[in-house]
Design a binder for this molecule. Structure first.
Ligand code: ATP
Length: 458
């Protein structure tokens, strides 16, 4: 694969996403809803490939992790036990000057620190330099009511993380999945946080998807499994094409740790706005199971049938964002280059992540070429997401496919009708090779890798 340039900006990614139908502003016809996005066709395919590769790596190719899909609405006691009702807050400050904007105080401090400024000086509004209010703790959970009566007893929350759905099912899985620590439970699903300052496109939104594993281990093995998961998760990103020098592991300082964590490292990615968290890998200790045991009056410990040892497992949690990951894969794949005097924009996505694997293109839209191309397309699409495109010049069609990251173009021309060969064009090298039409499916499957199939949209 080629090396993408560093010409990418968030504006270019947003523009490409809109131009090619990956991601749109939500409710656009009403002027949009702030920081909320809808995924169009290619966006759905890309994000579902990201999730499918995650499922493959953490469940399919291991024998110690099982899947779960818990409800978004949970018993309200869950959030008392987890500490979210009390502690899931961000420090909110408001500008008392002209603009009245709200800010996260911790983000403002980080900004001052990053710029080498004086931390003991008074913070001012970054927008209008106005004075700021005293910070107040703002709870990030979205509240709603269940049933027709809106009172304290009907209050429920949209989950702010998928993790708690896993903890409350620990006992079920232990019983029915025939697993014993060390083992994990994996889940993908929507989470909601009433973020004070969402932004940077799909990096920080109020509704987003998480891919989380809670990995339950004997307490003495926690550190070793923390190390294991940090290495595994870093490898997952680089195996799928993220450049290693755009990724780093950063251990949290003591003042940054969440209320539940005895050690967290973030995988950070070099986004256009700078190094930012892509995934957190926390050692949650026995905090969650102990809390849920206390609040639910259920036993949530593990008894080793051989030794009779009873203990509350410790938990290692690799917690990734599906939308944030999708953004990182797009940013890393974005490239612009000049080919024969013309600029081309392309996404050098890993073929497994590419929304469309192959485009079948008749060179001219006549002389039996479209019919032959259609037959090849129908063969290919049974195995992988494929497009059939007869519209416009071949150059224009290639440009379209390059921008959505299609790794392979299959061109049908007059020679195809004579000797049944087609041209296979490689997105990255632009190399064109002639190959027998009946070998195309096998060749593309070989390039995707023998093990590429998994339960996914294509
Ligand atoms: P941040 O510091 O960026 O607010 P966090 O440390 O609160 O994130 P976690 O609670 O560790 O995030 O959540 C795990 C992962 O979920 C994050 O690494 C990120 O990929 C994703 N995530 C969290 N909040 C959001 C959000 N508002 N929008 C999109 N993805 C999110």
């Amino acid at each position: 694969m080629g090396t993408p340039t560093d010409s990418v900006t968030m504006e270019k990614i947003v523009a490409l996403c809109k131009r090619r139908g990956f991601i749109f502003q939500s409710s656009e016809i009403y002027g949009g809803l702030a920081s909320t996005y809808d995924y169009g066709h290619y966006g759905v395919l890309l994000k579902s490939n990201v999730k499918a590769e995650w499922w493959r790596a953490v469940v399919q190719e291991r024998d110690d992790v099982v899947a779960l899909d818990a409800a978004i609405l949970m018993h309200p006691r869950t959030w008392e036990a987890s500490g979210h009702l009390e502690g899931f807050t961000d420090p909110l400050v408001q500008c008392l000057g002209k603009c009245k904007r709200r800010w996260r105080e911790d983000h403002l401090r980080e900004g001052v620190e990053a710029a080498g400024g004086n931390l003991s000086a008074e913070l001012r509004c970054p927008e209008c330099d106005g004075e700021l209010s005293e910070p107040r703790n703002f709870n990030l959970m979205f509240e709603t009511h269940m049933g027709p009566i809106q009172d304290e007893g009907s209050r429920v929350f949209l989950r702010p993380e998928t993790a708690q759905g896993i903890f409350v099912n620990f006992k079920n899985v232990l019983q029915f999945a025939r697993k014993k620590p060390p083992f994990g439970i994996a889940q993908v699903g929507k989470s909601f946080r009433n973020e004070i300052t969402p932004g940077n496109f799909i990096f920080r939104t109020r509704e987003f998807e998480q891919m989380e594993i809670e990995f339950f281990v004997p307490p003495a093995e926690a550190e070793q499994w923390h190390q294991h998961w940090m290495a595994e998760r870093m490898r997952w990103y680089t195996d799928l094409g993220i450049r290693p020098d755009h990724l780093t592991l950063r251990a949290h300082g003591a003042d940054e740790l969440s209320h539940y964590s005895s050690g967290t490292s973030d995988i950070e990615y070099l986004f256009p706005m700078g190094w930012s968290e892509l995934e957190g890998i926390a050692n949650r200790g026995d905090f969650d199971l102990t809390q849920h045991a206390e609040f639910s009056h259920q036993k949530l410990d593990y008894v080793d049938p051989q030794s009779g040892d009873r203990y509350v497992p410790h938990v290692i949690e690799p917690s990734a964002g599906a939308d944030r990951g999708t953004l990182a894969f797009m940013v890393d794949a974005y490239d612009e280059e000049e080919v024969e005097g013309r600029e081309r924009v392309l996404l050098r996505l890993h073929p497994r992540l590419a929304p469309v694997k192959a485009a079948v293109l008749p060179l001219v839209n006549k002389d039996g070429q479209p019919e032959k191309a259609r037959a090849i397309y129908e063969e290919l699409r049974r195995r992988m997401t494929t497009e059939f495109d007869t519209g416009g010049s071949i150059g224009k069609r290639y440009r379209r496919q390059d921008e959505i990251g299609t790794p392979w173009g299959v061109t049908i021309d007059h020679q195809t009708l004579e000797d049944d060969t087609v041209t296979l064009r490689d997105r990255d090298s632009l190399e064109q090779t002639r190959i027998a039409a009946d070998q195309i499916v096998g060749e593309l499957e070989r390039r995707l890798g023998a093990d590429w199939r998994s339960p996914k949209l294509d």
